[in-house]
Design a binder for this molecule. Structure first.
Ligand code: ZN
Length: 509
């Protein structure tokens, strides 16, 4: 196993470089003064180029050829076989992508990020359209280089959610649409509007912060191996399992912003903190294709954990029956005329709106479905960039019954396309579906789970998730993980059942 050992050391250094890139990114998004942007961009570009060189180096090919021979007799799902496969796949991918295309994409990301921000500020889609056209053209080239059997979108999906395809997504969304749209209609028709005024009272930031951190720690977020900081756009990022950062944004006049933001990022953070220590600095804690040091296996599986802790745990009645008295002690005046049930209802209000990141559990996936349909159409050429604002508005009206007053609240609201992250939107919905499927399995397999949750004891749930999901890092594909944990591949039934039961109860349908 000499070559395998040497390959592991080689990849450990790649992982060190990727983690260093992550530290620079974290700093840029939380601490760096605006003046640092240009030189930081160069520092990141230099490090990324070094990683890419290493992943395509002849030395790596030489090691791979030998290591493959050494691990050939091991079981196909052994850590050794999976590590070598992951490195081989990434190395082949980077050798196929012309360096000219990589450079053009990197340059366009910078330019498009700027024109998108300007277009959004001036509510003028036409200002962003030429860059967006170029972005989709380059992504069609990228898809052709990566290769696909059926749809160009499939090639991009492999970067974010290995095993997912356009055809599988179309089936999933058709099923969701059929069940979620009548549910939404029934909620709107019920005319019920829970009281939410108290969420907008004054909640001092320092008190918010202390309370949310207390909840995150009760979930299992380990502050000796993690931090909570502030940033304009909340995110989680890890520099190995021993240093996991999450951020949030506080609004002193709207409690849910940071509350559910922290619960969401806690889910991402707990995933990273509970990856098996022996996978540290390995190929199975490195997204070598995305050039990102991350232990979670895919965007969808990662999102399943943020949503499981945020929604299935943090937006449940059981959760607020336990935590509301504590919250009320922290904010006695603000919550003096509210009880746990009223608070639970307020944070589960369903209201079809324009903005994805503000959407509730019922309408959220309709926002994603719209984006995925547009991305697929743009990739296959059935939709043209210039027609986007009109098609966007038509679909908003059809799915959510609302019409954006301008492009800033419509087609320009998300940053994703300007960054070239085409094919990542479906992972949010995949995450929702997976969260319910895993939670259902946990409920069936952990005796006394509900009693533990009622006591605010999250250890049994976190332990089960560690055993079935977290510890494996990137050893298994999303489908393999799900089949091992739940007995079947991605299945929307538990998610649809959850939505129906919860919102029929809340809205007395
Ligand atoms: Zn997330």
């Amino acid at each position: 196993m000499n070559a395998y050992k040497e390959l592991s050391e080689y990849i450990a250094e790649v992982n060190d470089l990727l983690n260093t890139i992550s530290i620079l990114n974290w700093d840029a998004r939380t601490q760096m003064p605006v003046g640092g942007a240009e030189t930081r961009g160069k520092q990141l570009a230099t490090l990324s180029a070094i990683v890419q060189e290493r992943l395509t180096a002849d030395r790596l090919r030489w090691l791979l050829d030998r290591a493959e021979g050494e691990v050939a007799a091991l079981p196909p799902d052994s850590i050794e076989r999976r590590s070598v496969e992951a490195v081989r796949e990434a190395s082949e991918l980077f050798r196929r992508i012309p360096s000219q295309l990589t450079r053009e994409l990197a340059h366009l990301r910078l330019v498009a990020g700027k024109t998108w921000a300007e277009a959004k500020a001036s509510r003028n889609f036409a200002h962003f359209a030429p860059d967006l056209e170029r972005m989709f053209a380059l992504n069609r080239e990228l898809a052709a280089v990566i290769g696909y059997a059926e749809h160009p979108y499939d090639a991009l999906l492999t970067l974010y959610e290995p095993g997912m395809t356009a055809a599988r997504l179309q089936g999933l969304f058709a099923g969701l649409r059929e069940r979620v749209m009548p549910l939404l209609q029934a909620i709107v028709d019920s005319g019920r509007k829970p009281r939410t005024d108290f969420l907008e009272r004054h909640y001092p930031v320092e008190l918010q912060k202390a309370f949310f951190l207390e909840v995150a720690q009760s979930f299992g977020f380990d502050t000796s191996r993690g931090r909570l900081d502030e940033s304009l756009h909340p995110f989680e990022i890890s520099f190995t399992r021993n240093d996991v950062r999450m951020t949030t944004r506080y609004n002193p006049h709207f409690l849910p912003t940071a509350l559910f933001g922290v619960l969401h990022e806690s889910g991402h953070a707990i995933y990273e903190q509970n990856i098996a220590p022996e996978l540290t600095r390995s190929a199975l804690t490195s997204d070598l294709k995305g050039m990102y040091a991350v232990g979670g296996v895919s965007f969808g599986v990662h999102e399943s954990q943020s949503r499981l802790w945020e929604n299935l745990v943090g937006r449940s009645r059981t959760f607020w029956q336990h935590w509301f008295p504590r919250l009320q002690r922290v904010f006695p005046r603000q919550l003096e005329d509210v009880d746990a049930e009223a608070f639970y209802r307020a944070v589960n209000t369903v209201s079809p709106g324009l903005i994805r990141v503000e959407a509730d559990e019922v309408t959220y996936n309709l926002h994603i479905m719209l984006r995925v349909e547009l991305e697929m159409g743009l990739m296959e050429g059935s939709i043209q960039v210039r027609d986007l604002p009109e098609i966007w508005n038509q679909k908003m009206l059809e799915y959510l019954g609302v019409t954006p007053p301008d492009a800033a609240q419509g087609v320009l609201q998300d940053i994703h396309w300007s960054h070239g992250h085409i094919g990542s939107f479906p992972c949010y919905t995949i995450g929702n579906i997976m969260a319910s499927q895993l939670y259902e399995a946990a409920e069936q397999q952990i005796s006394g789970l509900n009693e533990a949750l009622a006591r605010g004891d999250y250890t049994p749930l976190r332990t089960w998730l560690t055993q079935h999901v977290y510890r494996y890092g990137r050893t298994f594909s999303p489908d393999e993980l799900l089949i091992k944990a739940t007995g079947r591949a991605l299945d929307p039934a538990p998610y649809l059942g959850y939505l129906k039961a919860k919102f029929h109860d809340l809205y007395s349908l």
